[in-house]
Write a protein that binds this ligand. Structure first.
Ligand code: SF4
Ligand code: SF4
Ligand code: FES
Length: 247
């Protein structure tokens, strides 16, 4: 199993390539948000720039840390014919960028009872027959804001390789950008969710470490520590969280 990719911390956010704009203190650049030009801080994320411009983000934001996929954004850079995709909370603005948020994308989602399924290609074909329309253009992989091998996980779904589907789709944040671009109109992220559920329900190996840890929790080994945390104020908890040893 491929190790889950570590999410980028705010300090590691995607930076634009070097621009001709000099980085003097508090430089401002121009971005076009929903067709209108605004002057925004050059070091802002797209989300920060949208809010700096005066918009209140109601639907296009959740975690603000690159995990939830609510802030999918399409943008173009001056002189670049390519349409680019990114998460507004982790992608920095660039001078001349033109952008629009797509907080939700309409997509078919199969309804099923996981207890009544089998982890194989027959289930995939029944619940998501559209995957067999894939023309292997790889556009979904190029569109993925997480850099996932999206076409490959759809191919795994077509073969009934549930473990590969789970593995390759593991870091999907369900932003919908691949769905937006797919000429076969496949709803990739829902296929990935089904694969991960099937793997978790039928194929995962038993974990002795997990059984041991659940036993420790049930046995009250951590009760005293929980009591200490529950008695803390919000600020004390915040301090403790950010002061913790990072891996
Ligand atoms: S696979 Fe699709 S929905 Fe998932 S993160 Fe990539 S672009 Fe977003
Ligand atoms: S964009 Fe759609 S058709 Fe193209 S490779 Fe991806 S799933 Fe297949
Ligand atoms: S707000 Fe959650 S990924 Fe951007």
């Amino acid at each position: 199993m491929v190790k889950a990719k570590v999410k980028k911390a705010p300090s590691q956010r995607k930076s634009p390539k070097k621009s001709s704009q000099s980085r003097s203190p508090n430089p401002m650049i121009t971005v076009h948000i929903m067709g209108r030009a605004y002057s925004v801080p050059a070091e802002a994320t797209i989300m920060g720039a949208i809010e700096h411009a005066g918009y209140q983000i109601v639907r296009g934001a959740g975690c603000r840390e690159g995990f939830c996929g609510a802030c999918a954004t399409v943008y173009r850079l001056p002189g670049d014919y390519k349409l680019a995709m990114g998460l507004a909370c982790t992608t920095l603005v660039q001078d001349g960028m033109s952008l629009a948020q797509i907080p939700s994308f309409p997509a078919e989602k199969a309804i099923y009872d996981i207890e009544e399924l089998t982890p194989d290609v027959a289930t995939m074909a029944k619940l998501y027959p559209v995957i067999f329309r894939c023309v292997e253009c790889n556009t979904c992989t190029k569109a993925c804001v997480q850099g996932l091998l999206v076409m490959d996980y759809i191919q795994a779904a077509k073969r009934g390789d549930i473990e590969m589907l789970m593995d390759l789709s593991f870091d999907c944040v369900s932003c919908g950008m691949c769905v937006l671009r797919c000429p076969a109109e496949i709803t990739h992220y829902n296929v990935g969710v089904l694969g991960r559920r099937l793997f978790g329900r039928y194929l995962r190996k038993e974990s002795p470490e997990l059984v041991k840890r659940i036993g420790e929790i049930s046995g009250g080994n951590y009760d005293a520590e929980y009591e200490v945390l529950l008695a803390m104020s919000h600020d004390e908890l915040k301090k403790r969280y950010y002061d913790r040893d990072m891996e």
